[in-house]
Design a protein around this ligand. Structure first.
Ligand SMILES: [Mg+2]
Length: 365
């Protein structure tokens, strides 16, 4: 089987929880880039690339389209889609970085190859070790009362893990955690994500003030380049410290672990360039005895289904994963993946295992 054509198109989804913010900024629409790879055997695979927020990813939809349509596509036409190592190596030779568009190619390849062997794509990288994965739901940085109400509603629907965006003042942030804890009950897992808002000392003060409300995990409290600050926070506070923006590759994971800067690494398909590369970062964590979880970039069931395949395959996964954010998006052209009572499973149909309305996004024949 040979790749004959690679195409990408843009599609916008809307966050129904308007006014969503993190300490870095916010926006109510997300641009998604859907990628279609065709072959000489009439099989096609569909992947997704998200340029992500400009202030995190530093990349626009136009650039992702340019990478897929005019750089990566021509570079891999003629290749066997099962040669994923060779294809990803080739993409790295063509363009440095640009991991998000590379992730779109990676996901389309897994969808395609899974369909070719009539098996869910996780069978191509080891299969399922976790039939059910507990799902963490994210909550934007709203007023404390609003965050508590919305988290409480999710808890009623069976969710038991919550990640709160914080990073304004210590007083407000503590209030956010306090109110949410009251709304979701004592058994729920609470993570806070500063998105780099603090100095190490500010983070330590804030996290200590939250101690009565049992925060399990603290994500990226300091600047992504401040590994010494991360290591200091990790030494001083009880909750686990997770690196997100600081880790985009297996090499970054090694560097963070070497600096003693994190207990947990957030594996994300878009920022790491796909499932294939995310699993290499996971292997570094496993070798070092450091925890990981699957983090999200909100947008579509297609990405969250891929997240579920990845999470289900990770041998050391002990923490809940962020694979339910599709629920707050409108205009998602993808069906066939849902969270049930706060848990998700990898789809069992071939490939990524979901149905994409190709007509709606302009990728039909
Ligand atoms: Mg984060």
């Amino acid at each position: 089987m040979k790749i004959t054509k690679v195409r990408a198109v843009s599609h916008k989804v809307r966050n129904t929880m308007t006014g969503w913010k993190t300490s870095l900024g916010g926006h109510d629409t997300h641009e998604l880039i859907f990628v279609r790879i065709d072959t000489d055997e009439k099989l096609a695979g569909i992947g997704i690339a998200s340029p992500g927020a400009l202030f995190i990813a530093g990349d626009t939809g136009v650039n992702v389209l340019e990478m897929v349509n005019n750089r990566f596509g021509p570079a891999i036409v003629g290749a066997d889609p099962f040669d994923i190592e060779a294809i990803m190596h080739k993409l790295d030779q063509v363009v440095r970085g640009a991991e998000r568009p590379k992730a779109g190619i990676d996901l389309a390849l897994y969808d395609l190859c899974g369909k070719a062997v009539k098996a869910p794509c996780n069978r191509l990288f080891g299969g399922v070790i976790h039939p059910r994965v507990r799902v963490t739901r994210l909550m934007g940085m709203f007023e404390p009362k609003v965050m508590a109400e919305r988290s409480g509603e999710l808890a009623k629907r069976g969710y038991s893990a919550f990640k709160l965006k914080v990073g304004t003042t210590v007083k407000e942030d503590v209030e956010r955690v306090k109110r949410v804890r009251e709304a979701v009950g004592p058994g729920a897992t609470i993570t806070i994500d500063f998105n780099q808002a603090c100095s190490a000392k500010e983070a330590i003060v804030s996290i200590e003030a939250m101690e009565p409300y049992d925060v399990a995990l603290v994500e990226q409290p300091v600047k992504l380049t401040d590994l010494k600050g991360m290591a200091l926070v990790r030494q001083e506070v009880r909750p686990l410290v997770m690196a997100d923006e600081a880790v985009n590759s297996a090499t970054d994971a090694l560097r963070i672990i070497d600096a003693g800067a994190a207990d947990v690494i957030s594996l994300k398909i878009p920022k790491m360039g796909g499932i294939f590369k995310a699993r290499k970062a996971a292997a570094v964590c496993e070798a070092a005895g450091v925890d990981y979880l699957v983090g999200t970039a909100p947008g579509s069931r297609l990405l969250d289904a891929a997240n579920a395949h990845l999470a289900a395959s990770l041998r050391n996964l002990r923490l809940p994963c962020e694979i339910g954010e599709f629920e707050r998006m409108a205009d998602d052209p993808v069906r066939g993946f849902e969270v049930v009572e706060g848990f998700a499973s990898a789809p069992e149909k071939p490939g990524l295992g979901v149905e994409v309305d190709l007509k709606a996004i302009g990728l039909a024949e």
